[in-house]
Design a binder for this molecule. Structure first.
Ligand SMILES: Nc1nc2c(c(=O)[nH]1)N[C@H]1C(S)=C(S)[C@@H](COP(=O)(O)O)O[C@H]1N2
Ligand SMILES: [Mo]
Length: 418
């Protein structure tokens, strides 16, 4: 066989030190009938689909929170973001066992020497390195974010977003570079040579390896079953964050629907936001900076027409929960201040720091009759932790943009969502 890379490099690559090729790093460590192109390709398809789903749903979430000029995000259906973000987190978690399974099926290849025999192989192996690195990084940081544990020194959202692009790019290079192997692996049994132009030797080798694996039928079935169960179990523990009956099994879900003050989980508490005194101060007012400047007391707001809407809080961390919210329509408050009922506005919290103290409400959401400045939750006055005295609740919007402890509304953009 010709070895173009060897020619470029002059001599044969030296073997790596024997000390590094021992135990789990040896080429023949963990022999298994499951180290086949067939297994690797099939698991790879699921993994690839999962990563693309995570990428697209993640992109949606990023665009909603950092909308460029061309981006339009509607106010209905009210459950859309709840669904895309729930999918993002559930699929991401299910990918963790799936990635481990995939690494297992290709284990011997990770330590193959020489690392590449052709430039194409070199690209493919470098892509694998980037791919595995980015995939592990995404799944790990995503998982830690769910647990609200930030041992890393960077801002989660930005890093997770950009690494998503790297991961998806590496998936594309990987699939492109390994297209023949993947096609072979996905082909019906018995016809690998016919699928791509393999030479006789390679074809015979692939058939032999795959047949040996297929004969280990119990092992194969057990493998598929175990991988499927592990992946499903992880997904289930996450869906419990959204589907109440599953709350019981949601060991990986830090928040459970129905658990929290007024039957709703709390993300940031009033204590941590530092608003325990300002929020209950009788001097609290809602200021609206319109042509008519409004300064409304709690009683003023309670005296306006009250509306009730059933809307979810859909946190970017994947948990979500429906609740009945009662309060005044944002558009009606703006109209009272002389602002058009679809003016883009910024809502501002009593909170003095933090990334989510200010948020932009874009025209589709300002216009929506379902967008409320809520005073009540599930039939009771808002709990302090849920944003007393006044919070925003709008349809089809990430939890981070449902600002609590509101004290001021002004036209224009600011904070998250602008
Ligand atoms: N002022 C302010 N509002 C905020 C936050 C915050 O940190 N500060 N957190 C947001 C996040 S991340 C979520 S998920 C929702 C959760 O609302 P809840 O705590 O009432 O369930 O509130 C949002 N509103
Ligand atoms: Mo959130």
């Amino acid at each position: 066989m010709t070895k173009p890379l060897d020619r470029v490099l002059g001599a044969r690559l030296p073997d790596p030190p024997a000390a590094l090729r021992r135990g789990p790093f040896g080429e023949d460590a963990f022999p298994s009938p499951l180290h086949t192109e067939r297994r690797a390709s099939r698991v790879g398809v699921w993994l690839g689909v999962g990563f693309v789903v995570c990428f697209l749903t993640g992109l949606v979430s990023h665009l909603v929170q950092n909308p460029p000029g061309w981006f339009y995000w509607p106010a209905s259906p009210v459950w859309l973001y709840r669904w895309t973000q729930g999918t993002h987190v559930a699929v991401g978690l299910a990918l963790i066992p799936l990635l481990l399974v995939k690494l297992w099926t290709v284990y011997p290849k990770l330590f193959a020497w020489p690392p590449a025999r052709t430039p194409a192989q070199l690209v493919a192996r470098l892509a694998v390195l980037v791919l595995v690195g980015a995939a592990v990084f995404q799944l790990l940081t995503g998982l830690l974010n769910l647990a609200k544990w930030y041992p890393f020194g960077f801002f989660f959202t930005t890093t997770h977003y950009w690494t998503g692009w790297i991961a998806v790019g590496a998936v594309l290079v990987h699939v492109g570079a390994l297209a023949p192997q993947i096609r072979r692996g996905l082909a019906r049994r018995g016809s690998p040579a016919a699928v791509v132009g393999l030479d006789e030797d390679d074809a015979a080798r692939v058939v032999a390896v795959d047949e040996a694996a297929e004969h280990a039928a119990v092992s194969r079935r057990a493998f598929v079953l175990t991988a499927g169960l592990a992946t499903g179990a992880v997904a289930l523990t996450q869906w419990g964050q959204t589907v109440s009956p599953l709350g019981q099994v949601s060991v990986l879900a830090p928040r459970i629907p129905g658990v929290g003050p007024q039957g709703l989980p709390v993300n940031q508490t009033a204590q941590r936001a530092g608003v325990t005194e300002t929020a209950v101060d009788p001097a609290w007012r809602l200021t609206v900076d319109g042509p008519t400047r409004l300064s409304l007391t709690l009683a003023d707001l309670q005296g306006m027409t009250q509306r009730t809407e059933r809307l979810p809080i859909a946190c970017v961390e994947g948990w979500s929960s429906n609740a009945d919210w009662t309060g005044v329509r944002l558009s009606e408050v703006l109209e009272a201040a002389g602002l058009a009922p679809d003016t883009e506005v910024t809502v501002e919290s009593l909170q003095t720091g933090g990334l989510y103290r200010v948020a932009t409400v874009s025209p589709p959401h300002v216009r929506s009759p379902k967008t409320l400045l809520a005073l009540r939750l599930n039939g009771e006055e808002l709990a302090l932790d849920h944003g007393y005295p006044l919070r925003l609740i709008a349809p089809n919007r990430p939890g981070v943009m449902q600002t609590k402890w509101i004290t001021r509304i002004a036209p224009g953009t600011g904070g998250i969502g602008s």
